[in-house]
Design a protein around this ligand. Structure first.
Ligand SMILES: NC(=O)c1ccc[n+]([C@@H]2O[C@H](COP(=O)([O-])OP(=O)(O)OC[C@H]3O[C@@H](n4cnc5c(N)ncnc54)[C@H](OP(=O)(O)O)[C@@H]3O)[C@@H](O)[C@H]2O)c1
Length: 302
């Protein structure tokens, strides 16, 4: 006898357990998936038809998810072109698409200048860019696109230190943030994504022209087609009615319109101006998304 166990105890417990067990088994056998498996094992003729349905649904789901992913991620660059001797400025290079682009351009031999608003994050990113690319010809400069004063200081520093600028990539961006204004009083997404880059491009344009053939790349988004499709001249800072997604689409439309107009004005100068949608990429851009929206975009960004 074990200490603490009465003679009646174990017998009572085993009676209770066996009753529970039988009842559980009865319930368990009525579970639809158990009935389904039992049916399939005992009726081999039905087996193939019944298997075909879930398999077809599974395969169709995977095919739709994969097709969606391929559609949203867009094209891939397979160019092996070298960029030795070229100088590139890229904004927002401390994370996401900007950082990956900086690594790729440095691997191709370009001199890179990365503009970042947060120097601590910028230093860590610079170290990573240099290590991954194997190039030490990459530099960091402070740039806050939400401050026109900071944009001017950044451009001044480039104009003083560089004798050429072959590629300007206006990449930095902010998406669907709560209502905020830039230091100069513009709605944050329009001010950062468009106005900051507009001023930067204008300040560097003479150097870019002097370095031709050269190019300006404005990272926009497919989002420019999703909003109202117009520039809100009557309420440019969304003071009357702010919706975070409409303000983002608005800023991205401004990127595209700016690109089209500038490319017209630079015709014949050997400066190419393009805007692009980079595809759906999993980055920090969704930092202001609600939990619900983050789940909703998973099929496009896995
Ligand atoms: N990811 C996508 O699926 C997707 C799709 C379409 C278009 N895009 C566009 O791609 C570009 C890059 O986005 P991402 O996906 O790489 O996003 P991300 O990971 O959030 O990177 C955005 C970069 O912009 C910087 N930035 C934000 N506000 C700034 C400011 N005021 N001054 C200077 N830098 C600022 C960020 O710096 P901090 O780290 O300091 O915030 C960061 O380096 C954006 O223009 C975005 O609209 C992305």
């Amino acid at each position: 006898m074990f200490p603490g166990l009465s003679r009646n105890g174990p017998r009572t417990m085993s009676r209770n357990r066996s009753c529970l067990y039988l009842r559980d088994v009865q319930c368990f056998c009525k579970e639809p998936w158990v009935v389904y498996i039992f049916d399939m094992l005992t009726h081999p003729a039905k087996q193939s038809i019944k298997m075909a349905v879930p398999l077809a649904i599974g395969a169709a789901t995977i095919a739709v998810l994969y097709a969606g992913k391929r559609y949203f991620e867009g094209g891939r660059c397979h160019s092996t072109k070298r960029l030795d001797g070229k100088t590139v400025v890229i904004t927002g290079g401390n994370t996401g698409i900007g950082k990956e682009t900086a690594v790729d351009l440095a691997k191709r031999g370009a001199k890179g200048i990365v503009g970042c608003r947060n120097m601590e994050k910028g230093k860590a990113a610079l170290k990573e860019i240099q290590e991954r690319s194997g190039s030490t010809d990459v530099f960091l400069e402070k740039l806050d696109l939400a401050s026109l004063d900071s944009v001017r200081k950044f451009a001044d520093s480039i104009l003083k230190s560089e004798s050429r600028l072959n590629i300007l990539i206006n990449n930095a961006g902010i998406m669907m943030c709560p209502y905020q204004k830039t230091k100069d009083g513009f709605e944050m997404q329009f001010g950062t994504n468009h106005l900051g880059h507009f001023l930067l491009t204008m300040l560097l344009l003479e150097l870019i022209k002097k370095s031709a053939p050269s190019r300006i790349i404005n990272v926009s988004s497919i989002g420019h087609t999703l909003g109202s499709g117009k520039i809100h001249f009557d309420d440019i800072n969304f003071e009357r009615d702010y919706t975070p997604y409409e303000a983002y689409f608005h800023s991205k439309l401004a990127n595209v319109l700016f690109t089209r107009e500038l490319s017209k004005r630079l015709e014949g100068s050997h400066v190419t101006v393009n805007s692009l949608h980079p595809g759906a990429v999993k980055t920090d851009l969704e930092r202001h998304f609600s939990a619900y929206l983050q789940i909703l975009v998973v099929p496009a960004r896995w």
